[in-house]
Design a protein around this ligand. Structure first.
Ligand code: S3P
Length: 433
């Protein structure tokens, strides 16, 4: 992949896109939980992206055997107590999900482990996991709440913990620690967050008691291996949904994961005047899947988006901002302070990029405001963030003149075939500026 691409304005797109990439969140969990199961798990539809490669390397360094051939993944699990401490620091690369979930495993792997990451991950907050893990008896030292983390595996006890934020990474970290702890772990979240960990644990015959946003997990439960397909990633599909909505063209996207904790973007689209139909509902294990049909809209109107809506569309806000930029009227997003601590400060990155393209917008500590208008052409920097890079390549399709995006390499962390899929659907991309 080149580091800069120029995206030209387009009028029409292909009406159907199939074979979208596998879900990144589920792919990470397939490796991590597969390695903790007692026996060999097989997955189809695995996402071969840089973030997931970091997870494969991490689990191999703990002694698990993980093989991926095309989109088939095989993980030979060693059980809850079969992993051994790595001999080298584990490099989590750009992957926050890997880092936070793996910490929940390493706290009970006997011996010393060190977690490091790239420049972006090294700046991201880890205190959210350190506080509750310490209450469970974990021994971790960090660098002012950030990486590197040095972990000494210990005997853990279950805790009662009220999460301060509705974070799936935090919740999953504590579930993975709780799995090996003595006694019960009881978590309550201030709102819903993606529940792929809970679903995969249940597929592996782990007993969880879930009531609203509360979860109870008894420690020391065995996980049984599974054979499952991984749904396509709704967050990757979102780029094409916004493109279709912005061009007011119909689009069918086949076999996309529609886990209810992930599809908040559909509500935002509906409020803006775009209708999306879900057809052919089915299940991949405990994960719901459907085909999506985006219907051509007449007018797009600016909307207000609050904290609970943000939580269900946490990774889709950057691409949603592109639609807001071409809608009529103002869009205001609040309760989105978590976006400031993602792979980049996504609030700043979107506002800077949109201003570069002639859109009037403002950033606030917990959100942003966008005056819908006409995207002009220009040059934008992704700030090293995959979702920002893809969002602005879509902006180029909807703009008056071409948009050059610098910093496209990180797209490989989540959507390695983005450029191929973009060309399939009809984007006009030129390498370089
Ligand atoms: C993820 C959870 C979310 C999301 C991230 C993936 C996961 O992060 O933004 O891309 O797989 O658990 P938070 O838990 O920080 O909200």
């Amino acid at each position: 992949m080149q580091d800069s691409y120029t995206s030209l304005p387009i009028q029409t797109i292909a009406p159907v896109l199939s074979q979208l990439p596998g879900d990144k969140s589920v792919s990470h969990r397939a490796i991590l939980l597969g390695a903790l199961a007692e026996g060999t798990s097989e997955f189809q539809g695995f996402l071969n992206s840089d973030d997931c490669f970091s997870t494969i390397a991490a689990m191999r360094s703990l002694g698990a055997s993980v093989t991926s051939v095309g989109s088939a993944l095989q993980v030979e699990g060693l059980g809850l107590s079969g992993l051994r401490a790595p001999t080298q620091p584990i490099d989590c690369g750009n992957a926050g999900t890997l880092c936070r979930l793996l910490a929940g495993i390493l706290v009970h792997v006997s011996g010393n482990s060190i977690l490091v990451g790239d420049a972006s991950l090294s700046k991201r907050p880890m205190q959210r996991i350190l506080t509750p893990l310490a209450q469970m008896g974990a021994q971790i030292t960090a660098n002012a709440g950030c990486l590197p983390l040095t972990i000494v595996g210990s005997e853990l006890r279950g805790i009662d913990y009220a999460l301060p934020i509705p974070s799936a990474q935090l919740k999953s970290c504590l579930l993975l620690a709780g799995l090996a702890a003595n006694g019960e772990t009881r978590l309550i979240s201030p709102g819903t967050s993606r529940d792929h960990t809970e679903r995969l644990l249940q597929s592996m015959q782990c007993n969880l008691t879930i009531s609203g946003t509360s979860i109870r997990l008894r420690g020391k439960q065995k996980l049984l291996p599974v054979t499952l397909s991984i749904p396509s990633d709704f967050s990757s599909a979102a780029f094409w949904m916004i493109l279709a909505a912005g061009l007011k063209q119909p689009l069918h996207l086949n076999a996309v994961g529609v886990n209810p904790t992930r599809i908040g973007l559909l509500t935002l689209l509906e409020k803006m005047g775009v209708s999306v139909t879900l057809r052919n509902h089915r299940q991949y294990g405990l994960e719901p899947v459907a085909d999506l049909i985006i219907h051509p809209s007449q007018a797009l109107r600016g909307i207000t988006v609050g904290a609970q809506e943000v939580a269900h569309a946490i990774d889709e806000i950057p691409i949603f901002c592109i639609l807001a930029a071409v809608a009529t009227g103002k869009t205001r997003i609040t309760g989105a302070e978590e976006l400031a601590v993602k792979e980049s400060n996504r609030l700043e990155a979107m506002v800077t990029g949109l201003q570069q393209l002639g859109i009037v917008c403002h950033v606030f500590p917990d959100g942003l405001e966008i005056e819908g208008g006409q995207l002009q052409g220009g040059e934008v920097n992704s700030l090293g963030d995959h979702r920002i890079a893809m969002a602005f390549l879509i902006a180029g399709c909807l703009a008056k003149n071409s948009v050059t995006v610098h910093g496209c390499q990180p797209i490989l962390t989540s959507y390695p075939n983005f450029i191929q899929d973009a060309e399939k659907i009809g984007l006009s991309l030129i390498e370089g500026r």
